[in-house]
Design a protein around this ligand. Structure first.
Ligand code: AMP
Ligand code: ZN
Length: 281
């Protein structure tokens, strides 16, 4: 007899409009299509912004009856993202991205989830992909499809359910449905990020050529495999310390934390997350 396992999607919720809209819609779809939805929020330690975000995410998950795993970075490893960045002498945004990717994947692997859903909207994808094109960073460009593959036991595939949803639309959905969301921007956001300039330019172009943004996205999606081939096949390894996906012998999270604290903290994070998952699910 075949046993059909219910698919599990982990929704990464930041407290902002996009990932909150995503969670609200996925929770409706989960009933319709019979998959299990679990929210994950990482408390990064970015001043009051992180406190507000946590509060909104908890309220949202309660309203949409979705279990939520809250991972507090400071409790887990003894440092906030800000402290990690300062000690590593790296920009907060780059350390923040690295930590988020690592923890979201670690949670999804511990849960045995099928996918991690991220809240990037259409305007984000357009801006990131055009920025990668400007930099001629094909490896980066190849990452902006609507989904990435699972690498068994090492990395859980990612979905971008809002791939064709414009920023304006996700904001409107959040407002109309009165979702609890954080309005403030992250205090560490750069003053004039290039992505914002690209968004302004593309919105002007859209006014003159309605539909150009969507057709760009659809063409990009069709071309992703070509870019992946051009970027060259990536060899995936298993981190020597934590056992999760890595481009080299040691993953970037273990490398960063080893440099700062003398100990690679990946194994500790995985253990703590395993306990957290057991308590909540
Ligand atoms: P960002 O990297 O800030 O552009 O966020 C991209 C996506 O990552 C968001 O849409 C969320 O799905 C997820 N994300 C960002 N911050 C958090 C967080 N603190 N906790 C959980 N997921 C997050
Ligand atoms: Zn590692």
């Amino acid at each position: 007899m075949h046993c059909i396992r219910t698919k599990v999607i982990v929704a990464a919720v930041s407290g902002g409009k996009d990932s909150s809209t995503m969670l609200a819609i996925l929770s409706k779809l989960s009933r319709q299509y019979g998959f299990r939805l679990i929210g994950v929020h990482i408390v990064l330690g970015l001043r009051e912004y992180s406190e507000q975000s946590l509060q909104k995410v908890q309220q949202l998950c309660k309203e949409y009856k979705t279990p939520c795993i809250v991972v507090e970075l400071r409790k887990l490893i003894g440092f906030t993202v800000y402290e990690l960045a300062r000690r590593a002498r790296r920009p907060v945004c780059s350390v923040c991205g690295l930590v988020k990717r690592y923890i979201l994947n670690a949670v999804a692997v511990e849960i045995g989830a099928d996918y991690v859903a991220l809240g990037h909207n259409a305007d984000d994808i357009i801006a990131y992909s055009l920025k990668s094109f400007i930099n001629q960073d094909l490896e980066q460009l190849a990452k902006f499809g609507p989904a990435t593959e699972t690498i068994k036991g090492l990395a859980v595939g990612r979905l971008r359910p809002l791939y064709e949803v414009y920023e304006k639309e996700s904001l409107l959905y959040a407002l109309v449905n009165k979702l609890p969301i954080v309005i403030d921007e992250c205090p560490f956001r750069p003053e004039q990020p290039i992505e914002e300039r690209i968004k302004e330019f593309m919105n002007k172009l859209e006014e003159e050529h309605p539909g150009i943004k969507l057709s760009f996205l659809r063409r990009l999606e069709k071309r992703i495999e070509t870019y992946q081939a051009l970027a060259g096949k990536r060899e995936y390894k298993k981190c020597r310390y934590c056992g999760l996906v890595s481009a080299r012998d040691i993953c970037s999270f273990c490398k960063l934390t080893k440099r700062i604290s003398g100990e690679p903290l990946g194994p500790r994070v995985r253990l703590e997350i395993r306990n957290l998952v057991k308590q909540i699910l």
